[in-house]
Design a binder for this molecule. Sequence first.
Ligand SMILES: C[S@@+](CC[C@H](N)C(=O)[O-])C[C@H]1O[C@@H](n2cnc3c(N)ncnc32)[C@H](O)[C@@H]1O
Length: 215
Amino acid sequence: MNPLSHLLPELEAGLVALGLPPRPLAGQLLDYLVLLDRWNRTYNLTAVRDPREMVAKHLLDSLSMWRQVRPGTLADLGTGPGLPGIPLALAVPGLQVTLVESIAKKTRFLREAVRKLGLDNVRVLESRAEAVDEPGAFDQVTARAMDTLAGILAVGGHLLAPEGRLLAMKGQRPDAEIAAMPPGWRVQALETLAVPGLDGDRHLVTITRDPAKPA
Ligand SMILES: C[S@@+](CC[C@H](N)C(=O)[O-])C[C@H]1O[C@@H](n2cnc3c(N)ncnc32)[C@H](O)[C@@H]1O
């Protein structure tokens, strides 16, 4: 029995509100949460300490972007404890996820989570994003709470396939960050996302290469 099973009703309701089928996804996400909670006590992987808070702030927040994620390859840069990469790998069929994280204690947790949860579609790279030597290998790149848009593009733009998309989650509407983006990139979409259980909107920016203004 999962020690966090009392959180199941709230998590299932949140998944339904996001348009995701709750089973078996909610159980898999709770298995991940148990591991994260356990490791967090020793390794300080996330500042959110309370598993109940993690349901909305980490799981549902990560999954609020799921409709924009397509089957194919995805690199999650600065993934920390696997966010949003692990929830997306569980929720989106046909997705191959590469978790990129430079801090060793975090990648130790990620390898353990991949092994314990049997995540065949997830691999872990202990590396700085800018040092990942796989140019153009990814259909999608995600980054949550990692850097400014310009910063993400500087360290991870090379990873995107020619038609690839960067999906960046932001708390505040990132108008100033968009204005500061380097040439060669354009905003394809800026969407407002509601996260069940969280006040305030989140923003998802989709960025592609700009063929009219190559870098
Ligand atoms: C604030 S945490 C966010 C973690 C996770 N994405 C989340 O939403 O909870 C930022 C993470 O990005 C990692 N990071 C920052 N710059 C990086 C880079 N250039 N390459 C790889 N990891 C990076 C840090 O080590 C840290 O774990």
